[in-house]
Structures are given as structure tokens and as C-alpha cells.
Design a protein around this ligand. Structure first.
Ligand SMILES: [Zn+2]
Length: 307
């Protein structure tokens, strides 16, 4: 379906995709639909806390590479075409946690990710709200607007697929997003309860892929990832062109992990392969290491840097 709806040049993208733009005014406009039409079943109790990784039942060497597509209200971030193109060309399954506003500002890219059977899309909140410091209504809005934006693009993709006689292939595209990632890694028991009722498990990570990337050479970054990756690992990376070494990292990591016998799976596939390993409060490397991010950006994480 992917290659029937877009030609090679459209899928490959252009240098402009890498560009990030600061907006003159924060974009606080809602999506065209603010409430998702589809209601998800609640998250099972064993997955209601922050999921760091999965313990695969048979120790199977599986790993979930994940890429966040973060976008606050004050900018339009990029699309790291080189990362996506590499994953596609190499047949690597991956999960993209997309901000709802990112999906709206990158509709073609979102539909391409949606139409690609290698990839799963997850919810990364509407404008990267810090859910741990938002009230319940704000948390719901961040998530609902994103679920609804996904549905709008799903319907647009369906219209195109039907027009091309691709309805049979389209039926494999998920009608809803079923996993989420906490912006700033900030979530706790209260956040988990709200999200669980909405049907969205909090997927965090066991490996911070681009951690300290400015201070590390690419070789050090690759070694850091390989040291930490175990069967059932979830690796955090980005595809919004904010971190700068992701492309090099992925191109070195994927062949080495394959050589070591690893299989790449999406997050939903990973969850089905074992038991989720959870913590109550989200963090990057150590409990509490993201609390200072609460004050970093105005608007509970959604706006510009606090003065
Ligand atoms: Zn993010």
C-alpha cells in the first residue's frame, strides 16, 4: 500500500523535512475533532505503571526501537527522514511516539508511517504536556486531541486507499493508537490511573539511546547502547531532528544487534511477548532525574523555555 500511494521520491523526503521552525506565536488551536470516536478497553492492571521494559517469557532476543516525534506549541519540529528511510530499507520494525500537533503539522509523513506495516504509532501528547503536573482535564485533553488527530489522518488515508482499490490492505492499519509515551518521562501513579482508563499504557524505556550525545562520540554512544540492551529492552530515540546523532547511531546499532541475534519488534508486539517490568514514577536513568524538567518549559511543558 505504501508504494502504491507514494512514489519513491515522496517516501524518501527532502532536506526540508529536517528543518525545525520556531513559531511567532504559540499554536494553541485544537484539532478539527477533539474527541476520539473510538473508545479503547482499559489497560490491564499489570501494565498500569510506567513500563521500563519487558521480560520475554523465553528470554527471546527481542528489542523495541522507539522514536519520539515531540512538538510543543511554540515550534514545528522536523522529520528525520534518514532514520525512517534506513529502517524501511533495512526492514526494521519500530515504534514512533508522535505528538498530536506533530501529526497535524506532518500529515503526509504521519500517513506514511501509519501505512507502513513495519511501524507502529504511539501517542506522545498533543503539545508535549508534562502530564505529572497537569490536572486531569489537561491530561485528558493532551491525549484525546492526539487520539482524535490520528483518527482524522486514518480516515484520510482510508479515503485514498479505497480510491486506489487498496481496501484489503488498508484493513491492517490500526484504527486507534494503543500505546503512549510520557513527555519528559514524567508520570506517576495518578497519571497511570487516568491513562489506564483511557486504554493507553505508559511506555517508557530501559535504554536512553541518545543520552548525553553532545558529550559522547558516536563510538561511545553505540557502546553505551550495546552495553545496556538486553532481551526485552525498549530503546528511546527521536526522529524529530532535535537530537543530532540518532541517524549515525541507528545505522551502527542495527547491524550490530542483528549480528548478536536480536530481532526488532514494535512495542505492542513486545508487550505480548512477556511480562512488563514497571516502576511507579517515570525517569530517564535514575529515579528522580527528570524532576527538574518540571520547571524547564512554561505552560506545563507545552511552551517556550522558562526565563
Ligand atoms: Zn518527547
Amino acid at each position: 500500500m505504501l508504494h502504491a500511494l507514494w512514489d519513491d521520491a515522496q517516501l524518501a523526503g527532502s532536506e526540508g523535512d529536517l528543518r525545525r521552525v520556531a513559531l511567532d506565536q504559540p499554536d494553541l488551536t485544537p484539532p478539527l475533532r477533539t474527541q476520539p470516536l473510538r473508545v479503547l478497553p482499559p489497560v490491564p492492571s499489570v501494565q498500569q505503571h510506567v513500563i521500563r521494559r519487558v521480560e520475554p517469557v523465553d528470554g527471546r532476543k527481542v528489542v523495541a526501537l522507539t522514536f519520539d516525534l515531540c512538538e510543543r506549541a511554540v515550534h514545528r519540529t522536523g522529520y528525520q527522514k534518514d532514520v525512517v528511510n534506513f529502517l524501511r530499507a533495512s526492514g526494521v520494525k519500530a515504534t514512533f511516539f508522535a505528538g498530536g500537533k506533530w501529526m497535524r503539522s506532518h500529515p503526509e509523513k504521519t500517513m506514511q508511517l501509519m501505512a507502513d506495516s513495519l511501524f507502529e504509532l504511539g501517542n506522545h501528547a498533543w503539545t508535549h504536556g508534562n502530564l505529572a503536573i497537569m490536572d486531569e482535564a489537561e491530561v485528558r485533553q493532551q491525549m484525546d486531541w492526539t487520539q482524535a488527530q490520528y483518527e482524522l489522518l486514518y480516515e484520510a488515508l482510508q479515503t485514498r486507499a479505497d480510491a486506489q482499490g487498496l481496501s484489503d490492505e488498508f484493513c491492517h492499519v490500526p484504527a486507534s493508537i494503543r500505546v503512549m509515551r510520557l513527555p519528559y518521562g514524567r508520570g506517576d501513579v495518578r497519571t497511570g490511573a487516568i491513562l489506564a482508563a483511557m486504554g493507553l499504557p505508559m511506555i517508557q524505556w530501559s535504554v536512553t539511546g541518545e543520552y548525553d550525545e553532545r558529550e559522547r562520540t558516536i563510538e561511545q554512544l553505540v557502546a553505551w547502547n550495546l552495553e545496556q540492551i538486553r532481551p526485552g529492552a525498549i530503546v528511546l530515540m527521536h526522529a524529530n531532528t532535535v537530537p543530532q546523532k540518532t541517524n549515525d547511531l541507528v545505522r551502527r546499532l542495527v547491524p550490530e544487534l542483528r549480528r548478536r541475534g536480536y530481532e526488532f519488534v514494535t512495542v505492542s508486539e513486545l508487550l505480548a511477548l512477556g511480562t512488563a517490568v514497571t516502576v511507579t514514577d517515570g525517569y530517564f536513568e535514575h529515579p528522580g532525574d527528570n524532576l527538574d524538567l518540571d520547571g524547564l518549559f512554561e505552560g506545563k511543558g507545552t511552551l517556550g523555555r522558562a526565563k
